[in-house]
Design a protein around this ligand. Structure first.
Ligand code: ADP
Ligand code: MG
Length: 284
């Protein structure tokens, strides 16, 4: 199996004058090339710390993080590691540096010393990939939150990044913007093979991942497919997580005697299952 990010017995402690806060403890994790990995867990469970360990923003106080074989503690590799693993943060307003969309997307490749003609091609390609090409001459402050996050993603993939980490990048934007961002990310994952680590507190987003990791008190409490994770009621209770809304609806309908398969996690699966249940009942 091809692994893009490898964590081996990784711990990280924030040290303040009064105390030492062990935010990540003994984590072993492989992010597989090409996968869409969701990371969930209640506030303070260590998700953002984990994200920052992935691309050398933080260095482990114990253990090792390897990005495509490069140790994040190796100072000489940090630049290359950050080029290969990009990060989109929560606040869409803190990530845009230029006053015109296309200049913002060009910023990363310019810093890498990419020749101007190639920058032009990469910027256009990246803006098309996130569906923002027609906004290339806009001023970023005129864009919606979802559009700004898509521009931030374009800036990252213009650097030919292999993997993008999203740290609650949909938390501050409206539902429509969230859907746009999520659809864009899924498309980049499927069509360009970009590895995605998607940290979220929206369970409907985690339901669309290939694999879900559940963080709790700085450790990995569980990992599995969305179907496995959301079938584990005890785990959800223990780690303070809810079912995705479509799964909640399916559960309520089941309680009222509608026969729906266990794996009803997304609105599409729910609509599909309801249609089949209605057919079986002779209603349609
Ligand atoms: P999450 O992203 O899941 O909410 P974090 O990784 O932000 O979790 O935080 C994990 C733990 O580390 C929490 O107890 C939090 O209070 C603590 N923490 C986070 N950032 C800092 C910091 N800069 N200094 C000290 N403690 C921190
Ligand atoms: Mg966080």
């Amino acid at each position: 199996m091809d692994t893009i990010i490898q964590l081996r017995n990784v711990s990280f402690a924030y040290e303040t004058e009064e105390e030492k806060n062990l935010a990540v403890q003994g984590v072993d994790l492989d992010v597989r090339r090409g996968e869409f990995l969701a990371v969930v867990g209640h506030n303070g469970s260590g998700k953002s710390t984990l994200a920052k360990l992935f691309n050398a923003i933080l260095l482990p106080t114990e253990g090792h993080v390897l990005v495509e074989g490069m140790d994040t503690s190796d100072e000489e590799k940090v630049y290359e590691i950050r080029r290969r693993v990009g990060m989109v943060f929560q606040n869409p307003d803190n990530q845009i540096v230029a006053t015109i969309v296309e200049d913002d997307v060009a910023f990363g490749p310019e810093n890498l010393g990419v020749p101007p003609a190639e920058i032009r091609a990469r910027v256009d390609e990246a803006l098309r990939a996130v569906g923002m090409y027609e906004y290339r001459l806009y001023e970023p402050h005129k864009l919606s939150g979802g559009q700004k996050q898509r521009v931030a993603v374009a800036g990252i993939i213009a650097m030919r990044t292999d993997c993008v980490i999203f740290d609650e990048s949909t938390a501050m934007i409206d539902p429509k913007g969230r859907r746009e961002v999520l659809e864009t990310v899924r498309k980049l994952n499927r069509e360009l093979g970009i590895t995605v680590v998607f940290i979220t507190h929206f369970m409907e987003e985690a339901a669309l991942a290939d694999r879900v990791v559940v963080m709790d008190s700085g450790t990995i409490a569980a990992e599995g497919t969305p179907a496995q994770i959301f079938a584990d009621t005890a785990l959800l209770q223990r780690t303070g997580l809810e079912l995705p809304p479509a799964a909640q609806l399916a559960r309520t309908l089941r309680e009222h005697g509608v026969e729906l398969p266990d794996e009803t996690l997304t609105p599409e699966q729910c609509a599909d299952a309801l249609f089949r249940a209605a057919q079986k009942a002779g209603v349609v």
